[in-house]
Design a binder for this molecule. Structure first.
Ligand code: HEC
Length: 149
């Protein structure tokens, strides 16, 4: 077959298709179904720019993630298992005298923080809070009764 015959065949094929496509008219949509489609094809994540309404909300979530957790939150999640009952000889929450004694023996709150953060005796490093910053670890210590001088 020559190129010309090819072109001619193509023209015949297309000529046969066009009328069919022309017959397939779009179905008119009512408002409800149009809204439904808009929602269905909406992007999964919406980009928030500063100043947008959505930016105020998502900003709060984002900053929560980067802000240090409170001593109470860290304690309740990680430290309570041992430090509420004094398991394995852990100084108990609220036993300020014991916390002070330990801090004084080492030379202060920060020294106690360092030693606890590194792990001591039966306590694993960071008191099992592997994501805890020293600041968060210290807040939990204060929540348990250690006095920051
Ligand atoms: C698996 C049990 C366990 C968990 C969980 C735990 N601790 Fe402890 N912790 C201990 C024990 C036991 C000691 C006493 C260690 C010793 O004196 O030998 C201790 C001691 C400490 C001390 C004193 C360290 C020192 O040098 O005397 C600090 C500070 C401390 N824990 C902080 C925390 C914080 C903060 C958390 C939570 C983030 C935590 N611990 C979670 C068991 C635990």
């Amino acid at each position: 077959m020559t190129l010309v015959t090819h072109m001619r065949l193509l023209a015949i094929l297309l000529g046969g298709l066009f009328p069919v496509m022309a017959l397939a008219k779009p179905v008119p949509l009512d408002d409800a179904s149009r809204q439904e489609i808009v929602e269905r094809i909406a992007p999964v994540g919406t980009v928030c720019k500063q100043g947008d309404d959505c930016a105020t909300n998502s900003g709060a979530v984002a900053s929560t993630a980067s802000e240090p957790r409170s001593g109470e939150a860290v304690f309740n999640q990680f430290c309570t298992a041992c430090h509420t009952t004094g398991l394995l000889g852990a100084p108990k929450k609220g036993d300020t005298a014991e916390w002070t004694k330990r801090a004084n023996a080492l030379g202060g709150f920060n020294k106690l923080l360092q030693q606890g953060y590194a792990g001591i005796g039966s306590m694993p490093a960071k008191g099992t809070c592997m994501t805890c910053s020293e600041e968060e670890f210290g807040s939990a210590m204060q929540y348990m009764g250690a006095k920051k001088e």
